[in-house]
Design a protein around this ligand. Structure first.
Ligand SMILES: [Zn+2]
Ligand SMILES: [Zn+2]
Length: 418
């Protein structure tokens, strides 16, 4: 009986990990079955893993609170220093990035990073850097986002982990594309993105494919080719909807909304379509709980209502945007002014509080003699920055054409040997 069950689990795990094109609802069903079997076998490790799979599936379905709750269940069943616990912390971190709980995200990533180093899980470490790159991208620090993306990308090329490696490599390529776009390096961004699209198609990785199409839309939008960008977003929306990936769907809709906004400001379309589209997007983003995006949509809506001459609605959305901004509490403890709402250099401390980079350096300079450096927010003393991130502040992107030939070979090996 036990042997049969174990084989089933092995097949299921292959299904979950090895088949990226699987629909999320199917993945969810398998995770529930896996949980059932783990209960039958009374196997806490397997239970922890099934809760992790449930958390990941709910994250992609946009059920972020449920994802957090499953992640907590996973940790109850797992030793704090196991690789699975590391992946749980990673998942919690990315869920908090989506919820705009950046301090909590930094805390979870720090836990995951510590475990990755303890158990020498290079793939986990790479994924932590991807998470941090995304976090600083949301907070509009393009350089720090690029630093972490580049670190992940370098690791993805040196890792020799077979299938998992190539999936991490695709994610790293995409994160590089996204970071380079934010830095205005559109040519390089396009190269990285096309490569990710190509590899995603070769391996049938639908999630990376949809994300790459969306990021290519961002690149076209930055190149002011709005029509091409819009078509990319439409494709990404369709692909995400087919998978049931609500988060990618929401991100693609936001891209489309930005295109409509550009066309509206150029007087190429009237106010009706952007109004209707943003209202729909607001519903999705609110149900997911993506507060930073909700704030952006409210600001867009207030501007559209202003153009329509509807002062009452304009003020209504403005007020909510302001209230959200206060709730997010993105205030630098050094200078008491907001961070993360426009592009700037940031630093985080090990206590996970975020400051403007200049305020963090000032803090360290000021307290140099007294030796005791304390965070202005929580008074915890810290002798270093978050994850020692100043160690790799010197960052220079390598053009894809020079560095990717060896990684292509690795990928072809992996694909042909399967
Ligand atoms: Zn500051
Ligand atoms: Zn602090």
């Amino acid at each position: 009986m036990t042997a049969v069950l174990s084989t089933d689990v092995a097949v299921m795990m292959w299904f979950l990990v090895g088949m990226p094109a699987v629909k999320i609802r199917d993945a969810l069903e398998f995770a529930h079955k896996q949980l059932f079997i783990s209960e039958e076998l009374d196997n806490p490790n397997m239970r922890a893993e099934s809760y992790l799979n449930l958390a990941r599936s709910h994250q992609r379905l946009g059920g972020l609170e449920r994802a957090l709750s499953y992640a907590r269940h996973s940790l109850y069943n797992e030793c704090e220093q196991c690789a699975t616990a590391g992946h749980v912390h990673l998942t919690v971190g990315s869920v908090y990035v989506e919820l705009a709980g950046f301090n909590k995200a930094l805390d979870s990533f720090q836990h995951a990073h510590r475990i990755a180093q303890t158990v020498h899980d290079r793939a986990l470490e790479l994924q932590v850097y991807l998470g941090l790159s995304e976090l600083f991208s949301r907070l509009q620090d393009a350089d720090k986002s690029a630093t972490y993306a580049s670190k992940a990308y370098d690791m993805s090329r040196s890792l020799q982990l077979g299938d998992l490696n190539s999936r991490d490599h695709r994610s790293a390529l995409l994160q590089m594309a996204s970071a380079l776009r934010k830095q205005g390096e559109l040519g390089d961004a396009q190269d990285y993105c096309s490569e990710a699209t190509r590899l995603a198609l070769v391996s049938g990785d639908q999630a990376t494919y949809a994300r790459s199409i969306r990021i290519m839309g961002d690149i076209y939008r930055k190149k002011l080719d709005i029509n091409k960008a819009f078509r990319q977003y439409e494709t990404a929306m369709g692909s995400a909807a087919a998978m049931g990936d609500r988060v990618i769907q929401m991100e693609s809709m936001d891209g489309a909304a930005r295109c409509l906004e550009a066309l509206r400001l150029q007087h190429k379309i009237c106010n009706c379509r952007p109004l209707e589209f943003n209202a729909r997007l607001l519903e999705v983003a609110s149900s997911v709980g993506a507060k930073l995006l909700v704030r952006t949509i409210r600001i867009r809506l207030s501007q559209i209502y202003q153009a329509l001459g509807d002062e009452e609605q304009k003020l209504h959305h403005e007020r909510i945007a302001l209230r959200l901004q206060k709730e997010l509490d993105l205030t630098c403890g050094g200078c008491e002014s907001p961070y993360g709402l426009e592009s700037d250099s940031l630093e985080a401390l090990p206590c996970t509080h975020i400051l403007h980079a200049r305020c963090a350096y000032e803090l360290f300079r000021k307290n140099k003699k007294s030796k005791k450096r304390t965070c202005p927010e929580c008074d915890k003393s810290s002798s270093r920055l978050y994850l020692n991130c100043n160690d790799y502040n010197s960052y220079s992107p390598v053009p894809l054409s020079i560095c990717s030939s060896d990684s292509h070979c690795t990928t072809h090996h992996v694909t042909s040997s399967v």
